[in-house]
Design a protein around this ligand. Sequence first.
Ligand SMILES: *Cc1c(COP(=O)(O)O)cnc(C)c1O
Length: 237
Amino acid sequence: MTEKLLRDVEYNYNHINERIAEAAEKSGRSREDITFLAATKTVDAEVINYAVSLGLDHIGENRVQELLSKYDAYDLEHCSLQFIGHLQSNKVRQIVDKVDLIQSVDSFKLAKEISAQSFKRGKVTDILVEVNIGREENKSGVYEENLEELLCQISELPSISVKGLMTIPPICDNKHKISNYFNNMHKLFLDISQKKLDNISMTILSMGMSADYYEAILAGANMVRVGSALFGARNYT
Ligand SMILES: *Cc1c(COP(=O)(O)O)cnc(C)c1O
């Protein structure tokens, strides 16, 4: 961990906060309405904790193994730990008592296991349902036409609580196209909110990453997940 890396993280952290504030205001909200979650895959716990010391208060991991290996080192008194990656049902029990929110639930099978493991531990686990808004094959997330049915099924489970929606739109460098996906997602979020489904809360709309969090906020996101723009390019070695 070098001085330069920490200086970069500090600069990036401040810069991202400013852009979040600007996008929030442009969309009629304020900085406090938007949650800045740092996507921390491949990042050392010391560097994550440095960002937490600057004021970062939400972090998200993608892989169960990596989360477990860093778990004792996170400064969890000062930040909320979430799971944002694809989760296999057989790994739920390893993280269910360690995370505040699981953002990536896209099947009833996974929801059932989260509820069962949470029930055993006497807790209720908050989740987001992941939507495959770009209808990409081989990508996680439920198709929008199946969303309401999945939400209704999950709402019957005792120890899991839906707090909103999450999406990862298709990779493309056309800002206009990306904004379309975000706008469609926001519309879906509002449609579901208006249905006032029993035991389903539509509070969090998690979308936008390093390249497009600004556009996501303009389209209505209230949580963004930013990795490389904060910590620098990932090194997968
Ligand atoms: C890695 C990751 C991000 C952040 O990606 P960047 O482009 O580095 O900002 C956000 N969400 C999820 C689910 C991720 O896996």
